[in-house]
Design a protein around this ligand. Structure first.
Ligand SMILES: NCCCC(=O)O
Length: 448
């Protein structure tokens, strides 16, 4: 039997300091993006308050694969994720805690020549950014994974990619942020933005108002819901992604790898995290119908890996029963779902254990001793929004990290902090502009 349930946050964080009445910057959302935004802004001298409706890293930031991956990224994201890797190394030192950060690389396995050629093409783009990605042939790959018995003929390999333990790392980053001066409040939902006209002047939380000239929205799968309350549309949807942990196993590879069926990552506890490479559950709700045209190209491509479910369960981000608007004086949808802890898809769990065992038969039986799921939010072009919200001056949106947010978090967090503080973010952020969905300038999603 596979135990399910909430991911255990091994090192809980409790921040009970009083809520200040004013700040320079308010961050909504205590995932890796929000926590690192808050940290970098505080490091620059800003007075920062972070409000999280549930627990720090309670949702996707503790439920992801734990990959810190530059490999295979959309070329527009590459500069940000390359910075993110450097920032992860610096944060490891600054936290003075073991985040589980290990530079052990990523492998994308190929079973046919056409796939290897796509990987070669991408490696050329990566080389233009100074990245160490390259294609390895079957002989070199076999020396890296001598016990593998899969049909892989080669792989894309990025030695500088890293891994970390999400449920350890993000709370540790929150502790670092708190030490740097960020006021962190868990169980403190932001019910609404505080507005004068359309100008953002702060937030209304369940514990009272906080005034600030700048607010960063890093609410993961919930971001579009808050925007919609204020009349701003963002075509954000989310899917349920299942992950599991095996029993402690001998090491087959020190890093992470994926083929077109399953993904695995070595963990610091001696087990492996497993996941289906592409398969996910998609719950139909009002936003799914509203944005169907935007998502049609992605849906058509992913149709075989999408397990369509008829209705979003109660209190999920796209549930039919969730109100479209709500009062700032009473509990709203964010208080109704403090920590979204969706059950994993046990069919996926059984299958990925079988596939991992088949690829490494010397392991014998592979058991998944714990499984969980998270809601991955994304946008139709599968890259995030990192921008001022044009219709709500004072609001900066950082959302739509499409399941790759853990690795890139400290990169987009640093950039967003500078954007919010009126500094040069140091990267071209035009691909991540908010208006691309309304002005018709968004491009197709990148696929490796
Ligand atoms: N959808 C999970 C992917 C994790 C990553 O490659 O960063």
């Amino acid at each position: 039997m596979t135990p399910t349930g909430p991911v255990t946050l091994d090192t809980p964080v409790h921040h009970d300091s009083p809520l200040p009445s004013a700040a320079d910057l308010i961050v909504i959302g205590g995932g890796v993006a929000g926590v690192t935004t808050a940290y970098y802004a505080a490091k620059s001298g800003a007075r920062v308050v972070l409000c999280e409706k549930g627990r720090i890293a309670g949702e996707q930031s503790s439920r992801n694969w734990g990959w810190i991956r530059q490999q295979g990224r959309d070329p527009d994201e590459l500069p940000l994720v390359i910075e993110a890797v450097a920032n992860w190394h610096a944060l490891q030192a600054e936290t003075n805690e073991d985040l589980g950060l290990r530079q052990t690389g990523t492998l994308y396995f190929a079973s046919d020549e056409a796939t290897l050629q796509r990987y070669r093409n991408w490696a050329q783009i990566a080389a233009g950014h100074g990245l160490d990605s390259r294609v390895v042939g079957s002989t070199e790959m076999s020396s890296m994974l001598p016990d593998a018995r899969a049909d892989w003929i080669g792989a894309l390999w990025t030695p500088s990619d890293c891994r970390a333990e999400p449920w350890v790392a993000v709370p540790a980053l929150a502790r670092l942020a708190a030490r740097t001066g960020v006021t962190i409040r868990e169980n403190c939902a932001v019910r609404a933005l505080d507005l004068e006209g359309r100008q953002v002047t702060g937030v209304v939380t369940e514990a009272g108002r906080i005034r600030a000239p700048r607010v960063v929205l890093a609410g993961g799968a919930w971001s579009a819901k808050l925007l919609k309350r204020h009349g701003v549309a963002l075509p954000q949807l989310s899917v349920r992604a299942t992950v599991g942990r095996t029993q402690v196993l001998p090491e087959v590879f020190a890093g992470q790898g994926v083929d077109d069926r399953f993904a695995f990552r070595r963990r610091t506890d001696g087990a492996y995290s497993l996941a289906p490479s592409f398969d996910h559950d998609f719950f139909l709700g009002p936003a799914a119908f509203r944005h169907a045209r935007d998502y049609w190209p992605v849906f058509r491509r992913d149709i075989l890996s999408t397990n369509l479910r008829p209705a979003s369960p109660r209190s999920y981000p796209d549930a039919w029963t969730l109100p479209r608007t709500w009062s700032e004086d009473a509990p709203g949808p964010f208080e109704a779902m403090r920590v979204l802890d969706p059950p994993p898809n046990l069919r996926f769990v059984r299958r990925m254990a079988r596939q991992f065992a088949a690829a490494f038969p010397h392991l014998g039986e592979v058991r998944v001793t714990k499984a969980w799921a998270g809601m991955i939010d994304g946008l139709p072009d599968m890259i995030p929004v990192i921008d001022h919200v044009p219709d709500l001056p004072g609001l900066i949106c950082l959302t739509g990290l499409s399941g790759h947010g853990f690795g890139i978090g400290p990169g987009v967090g640093r950039v967003t902090a500078d954007l919010a503080l009126g500094r040069d973010p140091g990267h071209d952020l035009s691909p991540f502009r908010f208006a691309r969905f309304s002005d018709g300038t968004r491009r197709a999603a990148f696929h490796l």
